[in-house]
Design a binder for this molecule. Structure first.
Ligand SMILES: Cc1cc2nc3c(=O)[nH]c(=O)nc-3n(C[C@H](O)[C@H](O)[C@H](O)COP(=O)(O)OP(=O)(O)OC[C@H]3O[C@@H](n4cnc5c(N)ncnc54)[C@H](O)[C@@H]3O)c2cc1C
Length: 462
C-alpha cells in the first residue's frame, strides 16, 4: 500500500491547483488521472475553444477586407492542437514533478474512507480531494445513440471542420462555438429548446448577442424541441417541433452542448460513505464531503462550471484540509465571460436577480458603449454595459457586452471585493480612449446621484 498525505483524484483545473497548493505547504502529494494532466480546460474546454476563437477572429477580420475569403480549417485546427501542446508543456508529469507532485496515470476508485485503488496500486491517504470534473450531457432524444455526434471532447480532436454543423444547446458553450465555427466558414444551425439563448444572463444582452449571431449568418432556432435524430446519406437529420410547427434540419454533423453531467461513475463513492446525487457530490461551503477528510471541487460539485472557480475551490479545500479552522468559498465572488465577439462578461447579480433579492432599493446604470470614442474608432454595434448598485452606490453586479469585456470585468471584481462606492471611481483617471473609461463616466453620474440622494441635500433642495 502506497502512503501519501494528500491524494488528488483528477488532474484538471481544480485537481492541479489543489496538488500545487498542497505541495507548496510541503505535503506529500499524489495526483491521479485516467488521462493526461490538464483535464477539460487544456484538452476539450477553455484552451482549445479560445484558440479556435482566435483563428475565427483572424478569418472574420480578413473577410472584411477580402470578401469571399475562405478559411483553411485544417490550418485553424493545427493551431488549436499546437496551443493545447503549448499549455500542456507546463502540466506534464515532469513539470508537475518539479513542483513536488507525483503523477500517476490510472482510473481511481474508492476502497474505503482512506484507501483508493488506481490500476494495481492501492493508495492510503490522510486527505483526499476529488476533482473528476464533468462531461457533456447527452439528452434522451430518440435515435441519438445511433448517430456519430460530436461533443466538446471530440470536436477539438478534428483535423478539419465539417461544412455544415447542427449545434444542440444555446448555452455559453454552444453560443461561443456557433459564432467561432461560423466565422471559420462552417454553416452553423443553433438549436435551443428555450425561447432565448443563455437564460442565466440579462435578457437585454442576450437579445443583442442573438442579433449579432444572426447578422453574421448563424441560423438560430429558438423554442425548438428536438425529438428524433437519425443519420442520412450525407450526415445527420434532426426532427423537432416549435409549438405546433414541425421542423426538420440536416447537416454533415451534430455537436451536443446541452449541459454537463458530473463524473462520479466508477468512483465507488459508496465504499467511502460519500454522499452524492445525479448532480454531483454533495459538499459544504468548506468543500468538505460527508466525510470530513474528503473534499470535492470543480465541475463535479458546481454550481459554477468554470476553471477559475475550480481553482478557488481547490485552494480552499487544501487549506481547510491542512489547517484546523475551515473557511468557506463565498457564493458572492463569481464572475465569468462568454468569449463571443463582442465578449459577454458577468459579475455578481443581474438586474432581475437583484430586484428579486432587494426589491426596488437598487440603482441601475446602463451605458451605450457606442458613446465612447474608443468604440467610435472601430465599429458601432450592440455593445453596452449595465451596473447594478445598492442604494448607497456599492456594486452588486455587472453585465458587459463589449470587445474587451473579459478584461473590464476584472475592474468590476476589484471594486466589488473592496466594496468601493462607485461614485469614487468618477475621479479616478482612466486612459483615453479606452473601453474602461466607461467606469469613470458612470462613476461621475453615481457621484452626482449620491449627492442628490443624500437626505441633507434632499432637505436643502426642498
Ligand atoms: C468548450 C468549453 C469551453 C470552456 N471554456 C471555459 C472558459 O473559457 N473559462 C472557464 O473558466 N471555463 C471554461 N470551461 C469550463 C472548464 O473547462 C471547466 O469548468 C473546468 O475544466 C473544470 O475543472 P475540473 O477540475 O472540475 O475538471 P476537469 O478539468 O474536467 O478535470 C477532471 C479530470 O478528472 C479525470 N478523471 C475523471 N474521472 C476519473 C477517475 N475515476 N479517475 C481518475 N481520473 C479521473 C479526467 O480525466 C479529467 O482530467 C469550458 C468548458 C467547455 C466544455
Amino acid at each position: 500500500v502506497k502512503q501519501v498525505h494528500t491524494l488528488v483524484i483528477g488532474a484538471g483545473s481544480g485537481g492541479i491547483t489543489a496538488a500545487v497548493t498542497a505541495a507548496g505547504f510541503g505535503k506529500k502529494v499524489l495526483l491521479v488521472d485516467k488521462g493526461l494532466p490538464g483535464g477539460e480546460c487544456t484538452w476539450s474546454g477553455c484552451i482549445p475553444s479560445k484558440a479556435l476563437i482566435h483563428q475565427a477572429h483572424i478569418h472574420h477580420t480578413v473577410r472584411q477586407v477580402i470578401p469571399g475569403h475562405v478559411p483553411n480549417t485544417g490550418e485553424a485546427m493545427t493551431h488549436v492542437h499546437q496551443v493545447q501542446q503549448r499549455v500542456y508543456s507546463h502540466e506534464t508529469p515532469e513539470a508537475l514533478n518539479k513542483l513536488g507532485i507525483e503523477f500517476l496515470q490510472g482510473k481511481a476508485s474508492f476502497l474505503s474512507t482512506h484507501n483508493v485503488q488506481v490500476g494495481d496500486i492501492e493508495i492510503e491517504a490522510k486527505k483526499i480531494i476529488i476533482a473528476t470534473g464533468s462531461r457533456a450531457s447527452i439528452p434522451p432524444i430518440q435515435g441519438i445513440n445511433n448517430v456519430p455526434f460530436l461533443t466538446n471532447e471530440s470536436l477539438f480532436q478534428l483535423d478539419t471542420l465539417p461544412k455544415k454543423l447542427l449545434i444542440l444547446g444555446g448555452g455559453p458553450i454552444g453560443v461561443e462555438l456557433a459564432q467561432a465555427l461560423n466565422r471559420l466558414g462552417v454553416h452553423v444551425t443553433l438549436i435551443e429548446m428555450l425561447d432565448r439563448i443563455m437564460p442565466q444572463e440579462d435578457v437585454d444582452f442576450t437579445k443583442s448577442l442573438t442579433q449579432i449571431l444572426l447578422d453574421e449568418g448563424v441560423e438560430i432556432h429558438l423554442g425548438m424541441k428536438a425529438e428524433c435524430i437519425e443519420t442520412t446519406s450525407s450526415g445527420i437529420r434532426i426532427q423537432g417541433t416549435r409549438g405546433e410547427t414541425s421542423i426538420e434540419l440536416e447537416a454533415e454533423n451534430l455537436l451536443v452542448a446541452v449541459g454537463r453531467t458530473p463524473n462520479i461513475d466508477g468512483l465507488d463513492l459508496d465504499k467511502a460513505g460519500i454522499q452524492y446525487t445525479s448532480k454531483g457530490i454533495l459538499v459544504k461551503p468548506t468543500m468538505q464531503t460527508s466525510q470530513a477528510h474528503i473534499y470535492a471541487v470543480g465541475d463535479l460539485v458546481g454550481p459554477w462550471n468554470f476553471s477559475h472557480m475550480a481553482n478557488v475551490q481547490g485552494i480552499q479545500a487544501i487549506q481547510n484540509s491542512i489547517f484546523p479552522w475551515k473557511r468557506s468559498v463565498s457564493g458572492e465572488t463569481p464572475a465569468w465571460v462568454t468569449f463571443t465577439s463582442p465578449e459577454l462578461a458577468r459579475a455578481g447579480l443581474t438586474e432581475s436577480e437583484a430586484r428579486s433579492k432587494y426589491g426596488n432599493s437598487i440603482r441601475v446604470y446602463t451605458f451605450d458603449m457606442n458613446d465612447l470614442d474608443r468604440n467610435r474608432t472601430g465599429h458601432i454595434g450592440q455593445e453596452k454595459i449595465k451596473l447594478i448598485l445598492t442604494k448607497r452606490g456599492i456594486l452588486l453586479g455587472a453585465t458587459i457586452l463589449a470587445d474587451r469585456a473579459g478584461e473590464m470585468i476584472g475592474e468590476v471584481q476589484v471594486l466589488r471585493a473592496l466594496r468601493v462606492n462607485l461614485g469614487r471611481v468618477g475621479s479616478i483617471v482612466h486612459p483615453y480612449p479606452t473601453y474602461s473609461e466607461v467606469f469613470q463616466k458612470i462613476g461621475k453620474k453615481v457621484l452626482v446621484d449620491n449627492l442628490l440622494l443624500n437626505p441633507l441635500v434632499k432637505l436643502v433642495r426642498r
